[in-house]
Design a protein around this ligand. Structure first.
Ligand SMILES: [Zn+2]
Length: 512
């Protein structure tokens, strides 16, 4: 790769505070072998590297590449036939999802992410069936997808060892169902079972195989409190400390999960994790919609991160996250597109606008997110939650040269008053079609609508050719199972009771 100087009309290296981005007008960045060496004027960079290749983007802003801090799959649940149910019902609606080659599936969402300026993703895989070897192969194919397209990925396989469909033991829930249906569901859930030791074996094996990889790193993911035991959480904490890798854990996505935590532990989920000793800067809570004021203080005091999945929270009726309070308390927040964004794609530029606008609460105080703040969440904030940490997220010397070039002229056409600061206007106006180039590790992986390493058209055609075929017998069976189980899941939550109050779960919850 060697020495490269990239100049743009505006070079944004990062954020100083929530009102102040760091912008070098007519700025240039000098990178060597994919790592930023220095930033400044073009003359200054040429003095440092007189023989470097120089590329100019005279109409563009160059920003640190975005980080999608929470991602699972390619073809979206809606595409797979699941409408936007409340989360707990949506899990049941996912049973019929068709099988698709995970390598192609990974590329599908990678196309969307990269085209909106995302250079790093937190890929949380899970919900697979089959033997250890089959799961290891699937994990490897996901990692190969990212490496082949040239995108950075922080990968984890979500540990789920209990309560796989509802917030109750699998056997107990299956026993509530008509006999035959209960047996079929039990078999379906058993197929996803993997002993805890094998989850850890998978982590160890992937860690070893990824040594020396520049684009992929491995980390840990206890999937959610109801999905893991305390013993497993403690074992994962030990592993996280030993290997110095972060953890990402869905938590308190819905009021039902808040209630589950009270029933299991007699306290809030966050207090419970704190008492176990698993919180800290290495831990990111995915969603965190239903944290109490005390929970937020605990997260802030321990340096625990939160990943804000704004679109998902709306789509699956999870609620409105108290983002403004998290930010006021100084919690590090990343942004995750989760299964899919508000437009059923993985468009970070759209997600930034959504997160910016959703939290504009009434009043005149300076407590609503600024565009700069939202930009920080989408870059440096998310970076801190991944296994790449401070090696990405800003365009500072020593960090990887991962960047997005946005055509400012096109985004602002036909006019943008300069009284609005450039980055403020860009966060609010730029769309994926204004992304001209994406660099990862100092290399262009996307330019002018084309991916440089993978042919998008042929991948999409292959996906289409697979899914246009009729459902396989296994897929037909799972579709029938999903449809049959769905009303029982709904009934379960409707009749979920707390203490002596025999009311539907939501009403009887003291937690909401
Ligand atoms: Zn998720």
């Amino acid at each position: 790769m060697g020495d490269l100087i990239v100049q743009a009309r505006h070079l944004v290296t990062g954020v100083r505070d929530r009102h102040t981005p760091i912008v070098i007008d007519e700025g240039a960045l000098f990178s060597r072998d994919g790592v930023v060496v220095a930033t400044g004027t073009l003359d200054e960079m040429l003095k440092l590297a007189p023989s470097a290749e120089v590329r100019r983007y005279p109409k563009h802003a160059m920003l640190p590449g975005f980080v999608n801090a929470h991602h699972h799959i390619g073809i979206t649940p809606l595409q797979h036939g699941s409408p936007d149910h409340p989360l707990e019902l949506w899990f049941a609606s996912r049973i019929p999802a068709r099988r698709i080659d995970v390598y192609l599936d990974t590329l599908y969402s990678a196309f969307e992410m990269i085209a909106s300026g995302i250079t790093t993703v937190q890929h949380i895989q899970g919900w697979m069936t089959g033997s250890y070897d089959a799961i290891h192969t699937a994990a490897t194919n996901v990692l190969n997808g990212y490496r082949n397209i040239g995108m950075r990925a922080s990968y984890c396989y979500a540990v789920r060892e209990q309560n796989r469909l509802v917030y109750e033991d699998d056997d107990e829930f299956c026993a509530r169902l008509p006999d035959e249906l209960g047996k079929r569901l039990a078999m379906h859930l058993k197929a996803q079972a993997l002993p805890f030791q094998e989850f850890m074996m998978l982590f160890d094996q992937l860690m070893a195989e990824n040594q020396g990889q520049k684009l992929t790193r491995i980390q840990l993911a206890p999937a959610n409190l109801h999905w893991v035991s305390d013993d497993s959480l403690l074992a994962m904490q030990e592993k996280s400390e030993k290997h110095k890798v972060p953890m990402h854990m869905h938590l308190l996505e819905t009021p039902y999960q808040k209630e589950y935590a009270y029933r299991r532990t007699g306290k809030t989920a966050v207090r419970h994790l704190y008492d176990l000793g698993v919180l800290g800067p290495h831990m990111t809570l995915g969603h965190g919609v239903w944290l109490t004021a005390e929970d937020i203080d605990i997260a802030a005091d321990t340096g625990t991160c939160i990943c804000h999945n704004c679109s998902s929270n709306f789509r699956l009726r999870s609620g409105l996250a108290p983002l403004n309070v998290w930010e006021a308390k100084g919690i590090n927040v990343g942004i995750g597109l989760d299964e899919a964004g508000i437009n059923d794609d993985r468009d970070m530029l759209q997600e930034l606008k959504l997160a910016l606008r959703v939290h504009r609460t009434p009043g005149m105080g300076d407590d609503v997110p600024t565009p700069t703040q939202i930009f920080r969440m989408g870059s440096e904030g998310g970076a801190k939650t991944t296994a790449f940490g401070a090696s990405i997220g800003r365009l500072d010397p020593g960090r990887f040269f991962d960047a997005v070039l946005i055509d400012v002229d096109a985004a602002f056409y036909p006019y943008q008053d300069p009284d609005i600061p450039m980055l403020d206007a860009l966060v609010q106006r730029a769309q994926a079609r204004n992304v001209s180039a994406v660099y990862v590790d100092g290399e262009v992986i996307y330019a002018d609508g084309r991916f440089t390493k993978i042919d998008r058209d042929s991948v999409l055609q292959e996906i289409h050719n697979t899914l246009v075929k009729p459902r396989t017998p296994d897929e037909i069976e799972r579709r029938e199972l999903g449809l049959a189980v769905f009303p029982h899941v709904k009934k379960f939550y409707g009749g979920y009771i707390r203490g002596e109050a025999k009311k539907p779960f939501y009403e009887s919850s003291s937690a909401v």
